[in-house]
Design a protein around this ligand. Structure first.
Ligand code: ZN
Length: 339
């Protein structure tokens, strides 16, 4: 009861990539880079196991960014044709590549990394992929007729990748869809359909992660405009609850999402975000337990998995390690309490 996992990304050490930055450049290349990525992923698996995290992740050490890391190996994308685009419904501008032809996945993207992690741990292993809607909101479209058309094309490629990850022994495949909180109507109209396409034929556990973004200034400023109660989740939780996705990963700690909203997800496992990624303060185990206890008012403990609000990538390494330890210890406190 009250198992633990992480949303996905963890910081990269300074010898591997420029620290505390999204889209950080690699500090190594070629074989040295591949070896460094493995070494770092292994380190984070060790840290997670020692912290008592049940379902561990590679910490996204094999990719530069949670969306573009997948896209780098996809054909049909012009990386010279960079477009400045207002992403997440114009929350902030990002330099994004452009889709100029039909997209195709000529080879595995994360297979080698996943196989390596599988060989390094007996714990359940989670791998994250960007969700189709979030991909479409992080790339410019100069080929497809519409965003939903492009999303379905990417969903097919994600499905190919996910089937391969499953065959390599990955236990949980999670699609990251922070864009869901910016385009709530689209989630109902085609966002969940695209997720279904991406997860078709999978028998492993499937998850979707929907947060209010990394703890970067643009997101923190945006959150200030959302008022006293953040009710975005309410608009698409009903359709998500009727979906085939097994788990929903959410931002709860220090957020203004009314916890009662999670009662809509009555048929899902709920990954309760009990670690704030926008603060350098390391939670105490008691604080983690308090967030989980609050969630238990609306979801049976059997369906709660303690998690982080989002990825920890932009945080200093020691802060992230402290937060993982707090997560494990907080869940352990609660398990003890529940007997
Ligand atoms: Zn997130």
């Amino acid at each position: 009861m009250i198992k633990t996992t992480v949303a996905g990304s963890l910081p990269k050490p300074a010898w591997l990539a420029e620290p505390e930055k999204l889209w950080a450049a690699w500090a190594l290349e070629g074989d040295a880079l591949a070896q460094g990525q493995r070494k770092s992923a292994r380190h984070w698996i060790d840290v997670q196991e020692e912290a008592g995290i049940d379902i561990v992740s590679d910490g996204e050490q094999f990719r530069r960014h949670f969306v573009h890391g997948f896209l780098e190996d996809i054909e049909g994308i012009d990386w010279q044709l960079m477009t400045t685009m207002g992403i997440r419904n114009d929350r902030y501008d990002a330099q994004v590549p452009t889709v100029t032809g039909p997209v195709r996945r000529p080879k595995s993207v994360h297979g080698e990394g996943a196989a390596y992690c599988r060989s390094e741990t007996d714990h359940k292993l989670k791998f994250t992929l960007p969700g189709p809607m979030t991909i479409c909101d992080t790339i410019a479209n100069a080929h497809y007729d519409s965003r939903p058309d492009m999303a379905m094309a990417f969903a097919d490629l994600l499905n190919q990748e996910a089937r391969e990850l499953e065959a390599l022994g990955v236990d949980v495949i999670q699609f990251d869809e922070p864009a869901f909180n910016a385009f709530m109507d689209d989630v109902r109209e085609w966002g969940v359909d695209a997720l279904h396409r991406a997860t078709e034929g999978l028998s492993c556990t499937t998850a979707v992660h929907i947060c209010y973004g990394y703890g970067i200034k643009e997101n923190i400023d945006w959150k200030r405009t959302l008022g006293d109660e953040w009710r975005q989740y309410e608009e698409f939780f009903p359709v998500l609850n009727s979906s085939r996705i097994d788990q929903v990963s959410l931002e709860c700690a220090n957020s203004k999402v009314p916890m009662s909203l999670i009662s809509i997800l009555k048929d899902k496992e709920v990954l309760v975000g009990a670690i704030d990624v926008a603060s350098l303060d390391v939670e105490t185990p008691e604080e983690v337990a308090a967030t989980l206890r609050a969630a238990m008012e609306f979801v049976d403990p059997e369906r709660i998995i303690a998690c982080t609000n989002c990825g920890l990538a932009p945080l200093p390494v020691d802060v992230a390690e402290g937060k993982l330890n707090a997560l494990g210890a907080g869940a352990a406190l609660l398990r003890e309490e529940l007997g």
